[in-house]
Design a protein around this ligand. Structure first.
Ligand SMILES: [Zn+2]
Length: 93
Protein backbone atom coordinates (compact mmCIF):
# COMPACT_ATOMS: atom_id res chain seq x y z
CA UNK A 1 0.00 0.00 0.00
CA UNK A 2 1.28 3.47 -0.84
CA UNK A 3 0.56 6.53 1.20
CA UNK A 4 -0.70 9.66 -0.58
CA UNK A 5 1.39 12.36 1.01
CA UNK A 6 0.44 16.00 0.56
CA UNK A 7 2.73 18.84 1.43
CA UNK A 8 1.42 22.37 1.56
CA UNK A 9 2.38 25.76 2.91
CA UNK A 10 0.60 28.95 3.76
CA UNK A 11 1.36 32.06 1.70
CA UNK A 12 2.29 33.76 4.99
CA UNK A 13 5.14 31.28 5.37
CA UNK A 14 6.95 32.56 2.26
CA UNK A 15 9.84 34.78 3.32
CA UNK A 16 11.89 34.92 0.14
CA UNK A 17 13.50 32.94 -2.64
CA UNK A 18 16.84 31.24 -3.19
CA UNK A 19 18.73 31.85 -6.41
CA UNK A 20 21.53 29.43 -7.26
CA UNK A 21 24.13 30.44 -9.83
CA UNK A 22 24.55 27.68 -12.43
CA UNK A 23 28.08 28.89 -13.12
CA UNK A 24 29.66 28.82 -9.63
CA UNK A 25 26.85 27.26 -7.53
CA UNK A 26 26.65 30.24 -5.17
CA UNK A 27 23.31 30.30 -3.37
CA UNK A 28 21.81 33.76 -2.92
CA UNK A 29 18.85 34.16 -0.58
CA UNK A 30 16.67 37.11 -1.50
CA UNK A 31 14.13 38.25 1.13
CA UNK A 32 10.60 38.82 -0.10
CA UNK A 33 10.85 42.57 0.51
CA UNK A 34 13.85 42.72 -1.86
CA UNK A 35 12.20 40.85 -4.74
CA UNK A 36 11.12 44.15 -6.26
CA UNK A 37 14.78 44.42 -7.29
CA UNK A 38 16.24 40.93 -7.55
CA UNK A 39 19.95 40.63 -8.35
CA UNK A 40 20.71 40.55 -12.08
CA UNK A 41 24.08 38.85 -11.72
CA UNK A 42 25.91 36.51 -9.39
CA UNK A 43 27.51 38.48 -6.57
CA UNK A 44 30.51 36.11 -6.57
CA UNK A 45 31.42 35.25 -10.18
CA UNK A 46 29.50 38.15 -11.80
CA UNK A 47 27.77 35.81 -14.27
CA UNK A 48 24.81 37.66 -15.73
CA UNK A 49 21.52 35.95 -14.81
CA UNK A 50 19.26 38.12 -16.96
CA UNK A 51 20.09 39.96 -20.16
CA UNK A 52 18.06 43.00 -19.11
CA UNK A 53 15.50 44.20 -16.59
CA UNK A 54 12.91 43.60 -19.32
CA UNK A 55 13.78 39.91 -19.36
CA UNK A 56 10.63 37.81 -18.90
CA UNK A 57 12.13 35.68 -16.11
CA UNK A 58 13.36 38.78 -14.28
CA UNK A 59 9.90 40.34 -14.53
CA UNK A 60 8.28 37.08 -13.35
CA UNK A 61 10.42 37.06 -10.20
CA UNK A 62 9.41 40.65 -9.47
CA UNK A 63 5.76 39.76 -10.11
CA UNK A 64 6.01 36.78 -7.76
CA UNK A 65 7.37 39.01 -5.00
CA UNK A 66 4.65 41.63 -5.47
CA UNK A 67 1.91 39.00 -5.58
CA UNK A 68 3.02 37.22 -2.42
CA UNK A 69 3.51 40.51 -0.55
CA UNK A 70 0.06 41.70 -1.61
CA UNK A 71 -1.56 38.46 -0.49
CA UNK A 72 0.22 38.61 2.88
CA UNK A 73 -0.80 42.23 3.50
CA UNK A 74 -4.39 42.37 2.31
CA UNK A 75 -5.47 38.81 2.99
CA UNK A 76 -7.99 39.01 0.12
CA UNK A 77 -8.89 35.41 0.66
CA UNK A 78 -9.96 35.96 4.26
CA UNK A 79 -12.97 33.69 3.98
CA UNK A 80 -10.89 30.72 2.99
CA UNK A 81 -7.48 29.30 3.69
CA UNK A 82 -5.26 29.21 0.60
CA UNK A 83 -2.24 26.94 0.70
CA UNK A 84 0.37 26.20 -1.91
CA UNK A 85 0.72 22.50 -2.67
CA UNK A 86 4.29 21.28 -2.96
CA UNK A 87 5.72 18.09 -4.28
CA UNK A 88 6.75 15.72 -1.49
CA UNK A 89 10.07 15.27 -3.30
CA UNK A 90 11.26 18.62 -1.90
CA UNK A 91 12.38 16.68 1.16
CA UNK A 92 14.58 14.45 -1.02
CA UNK A 93 16.70 17.33 -2.34
ZN1 LIG B 1 28.22 32.64 -9.80
Amino acid sequence: MTRDQRVSMDVADIVGVSMCCHHCKTLVEVPLKELSRPPQECPVCKQSWFDSQGNEDYQSIKFLGRTVEQMQKSKPLGVLNLKLQLTPSIFEK
